[in-house]
Write a protein that binds this ligand. Structure first.
Ligand SMILES: [Zn+2]
Ligand SMILES: [Zn+2]
Ligand SMILES: [Zn+2]
Length: 256
């Protein structure tokens, strides 16, 4: 069964490849470009575009599907909550796999990890429309990945890559591709808005949803604390940078 669907995918891919290549040639013709462009077509960039657009046959299907990637919450996890009866009233669909707290408006956005190429769909704040960024805070399900880090252990045979990056134009999350133990974040065309990543989209690791599923409220409080810590650190840095002596301008003004 699994094998058959693999063959079907391969067929679909080769079909998409043909149509994509034609459209690239059409575009080149219409621009009346010289042989340099033809050469460009054979460069790794053109090859890369083929690879990414070839997936677009299934992009819509993938995008529309909403199959949770994480297992349903085990009963014992709910029982270990301080208020298990109240916790049990909230389904996994309501709770999601975690939250990210928007750094712009502080709205807590519930996020859900889905199977497929767009693990969290659009990571756009539902209140202010800003995209998840490095100053936002989130529960364990997502954590920022340093830019230099591209080596990771291979996922198990039935598991998907637990790394992704986020389009800086529209906020659509794209699951990273992996070749052996090397993560590939380069040359991806956004399936949502068409912008291209040159490896510059923010990268994230997909972690664990258990602490959050166990006690969503406690996880949220932790986020608020993290935000407060950051704010305090920033203020401290500001004071150090702006202080010009023991008697600051502020205290002078206050004493008058
Ligand atoms: Zn917001
Ligand atoms: Zn942010
Ligand atoms: Zn996009």
């Amino acid at each position: 069964m699994r094998r058959q669907s693999g063959i079907f995918c391969a067929k679909r891919l080769s079909k998409a490849f043909t149509s994509t290549l034609t459209s690239v040639i059409e575009r080149v013709d219409s621009r009346k470009t010289t042989t340099t462009t033809t050469h460009h077509l054979l460069s790794p960039i053109a090859d890369r575009n083929w690879k990414d657009t070839s997936q677009s046959g299934s992009v819509q299907e993938d995008f529309d599907s909403a199959i949770p990637a994480e297992a349903p919450t085990e009963h014992y996890i709910i029982q270990e909550n301080k208020y298990p009866a109240i916790r049990a009233l909230r389904s996994d669909a309501e709770i999601g796999d975690g939250i990210w707290r928007c750094c712009h408006c502080r709205h807590e956005n519930i996020i859900m990890h889905y199977k497929g190429g767009f693990p969290f769909k659009h990571l756009v704040c539902s209140r202010c429309n800003e995209i998840l960024c490095s100053s936002c805070h989130s529960t364990e399900i997502i954590s920022p990945l340093p830019y230099g880090m591209i080596q990771a252990p291979q996922p198990g045979s039935d598991c998907e890559v637990r790394y992704f990056h986020v389009c800086t134009t529209c906020g659509l999350s794209h699951r990273a591709e992996m070749e052996d133990t090397t993560l590939d974040f380069y040359g991806v065309k956004c399936a949502g808005c068409g912008s291209t990543s040159y490896g510059d989209w923010p990268r994230y690791h997909i972690g664990n949803n258990e602490p959050y599923r166990r006690d969503p409220d406690a996880s949220f409080v932790k986020l608020v604390d993290a935000r407060a810590d950051d704010a305090a650190r920033q203020t401290f840095r500001w004071i150090i940078a702006n202080e010009d002596g023991p008697s600051s301008g502020l205290s002078c003004r206050n004493s008058k």
